[in-house]
Design a protein around this ligand. Structure first.
Ligand SMILES: C[S@@+](CC[C@H](N)C(=O)[O-])C[C@H]1O[C@@H](n2cnc3c(N)ncnc32)[C@H](O)[C@@H]1O
Length: 440
């Protein structure tokens, strides 16, 4: 079942997807064949979907030079938390885009023109207007409404003699992918006609995903409000209040986590989405896993940190001999897992091939953010692992306990879980064999 979006959570969730890695593998681009990469161009978009991710996808997948025209004026009318969030978005964009973003309130048009003439591509929102500045607005129709939009970026394309393109990105909740649809090229000589065509081609995409349209375009850019061709601070604030940030970030989007590693041991597979989202929200600095085996859970954490571009250090502890419940196995398991770790995660992931108790001395008190306990599953082993490692967890950290639902004679996790739940704040996740979260 799909869930409705809300602006604040949507943008924050989208922000977590905002990386070269994600843009390369999880954004599907259509309409790119019509793009003339030898010339520069202007991509026009609306504040719809993850418009920042669009630019990174164009760079990553099409190999073009791209930056956007942004504005820092809105920061002045936002509250502290919201402006902090958007400043961070700008900071990361400046890192991911081919060059620093142009600022409509600072950059000279001649600089943007020079960049376009050199063959770069520039993205610009159609539904923008600088507060208090007298813009030249033009009438358009969009989704049966009359609206006024300024066409300054499109006019820059005309001056630079480069084409215009339409750009719309939407998130498909069911498939867990982003779809970036490019339209055009449109003739920049006839700016108003081209902008109307872009809007018309965007309509069906946006109609199918109305919950991802953030700015109240019909309100702010409607005729009576813009009769003086000026947006006032009061109007802008009114519009932004709809986009008020929420204090607690709740995952409303299903993760689009696509595991790169998978063994035939499937017991942890139902928890991978949860683990990915947990890393996304919690952004741990140190993750330790007790019981790696082939790495189905461990590499989920590694991949999540990798895709989210976190500076997390991960440690996998296992003597790689097996145990009663997992079965005993040979050296080949470690060879295989270690090879994978070396190849894909050697930068931030370390294996400790020792007993759990011996590994304790490798970690300082209150140093671990997230500990996953998945070693031997007898009652006493789980109890020992928990008790031994608890002092190593930071205040505010978490311990995950696997197999809390298993009812088997040789499994004591369920019993231990029942006990521990009385003393700690816990959450139980009922998928598969159950995953418990203990807040320390
Ligand atoms: C259930 S498996 C881990 C499963 C793994 N987390 C996954 O996602 O598939 C348990 C692992 O813990 C290891 N193990 C059990 N007790 C241990 C101990 N005291 N010290 C080190 N490793 C141990 C075993 O070698 C085994 O590989």
């Amino acid at each position: 079942m799909t869930k409705p979006f809300n602006f604040s959570t949507f943008m924050r969730e989208e922000f977590a997807c905002y990386s070269k890695e994600y843009a390369t593998h999880h954004v599907s681009i259509t309409g790119a064949t019509k793009l003339d990469k030898s010339k520069g161009g202007v991509f026009l978009f609306l504040h719809f979907g993850s418009f920042f991710l669009s630019g990174v996808s164009l760079i990553a997948q099409l190999g073009i030079k791209y930056t956007a025209i942004a504005s820092t004026e809105n920061f002045k009318v936002m509250d502290r938390e919201e402006s902090k969030f958007w400043k961070e978005v700008h900071k990361i964009s400046n890192r991911l885009y081919s060059e620093k973003m142009f600022l409509s309130n600072h950059t000279k048009s001649s600089e943007i023109l020079a960049s376009l003439k050199k063959g770069s591509f520039v993205g610009a929102a159609l539904d923008v207007a600088e507060i208090g500045k007298k813009h030249k607005f033009h009438p358009f129709t969009f989704l049966y409404n009359d609206i006024l939009l300024q066409t300054a970026p499109a006019r820059l394309a005309k001056l630079a003699k480069v084409p215009l393109y339409g750009m719309t990105i939407s998130y498909d909740q069911k498939l867990g992918v982003h779809n970036l649809e490019l339209t055009g090229p449109y003739d920049s000589c006839d700016v108003e006609k081209s902008v109307q065509m872009i809007l018309t081609e965007m309509e069906p995409i946006i109609q199918n995903n109305m919950d991802q349209l953030f700015h109240d375009i019909f309100h702010l850019f409607s005729f009576p409000r813009l009769k003086d061709h000026i947006i006032t601070t009061k109007q802008k604030k009114e519009c932004l209040s709809v986009l008020a940030p929420i204090k607690q970030l709740k995952s409303q989007l299903p993760s689009s986590f696509c595991p790169r590693f998978e063994s035939t041991i499937t017991s942890w597979h139902p928890h991978r989405d949860f683990a990915y989202n947990l890393v996304k929200k919690f952004r741990p600095e140190i993750i330790v896993e007790l019981g790696v085996h082939y790495g189905d859970s461990y590499f989920t954490f590694c991949q999540a940190c990798d895709e989210l571009e976190l500076n997390t250090q991960l440690y996998g502890v296992d003597h790689w001999q097996g145990d009663k419940q997992a079965g005993f196995y040979g050296d080949d398991v470690f060879q295989e897992v270690n090879e994978y770790n070396q190849e894909f995660h050697s930068q931030n992931s370390t294996f400790l091939r020792i007993d759990f108790t011996e590994a304790l001395k490798s970690f300082e008190t209150s140093s671990i953010d997230l500990l996953h306990i998945d070693g031997s599953h007898e009652y006493q082993s789980v109890r020992n692992d928990f008790g031994n490692w608890l002092p190593k967890i930071k205040k505010g950290g978490m311990i995950l306990l696997h197999d809390i639902l298993v009812e088997r004679e040789d499994f004591g996790v369920k019993e231990f879980w029942k006990e521990i739940s009385k003393n700690y704040k816990t959450e139980s996740h009922q998928e598969g064999f159950g995953l418990g979260v203990i807040h320390v």
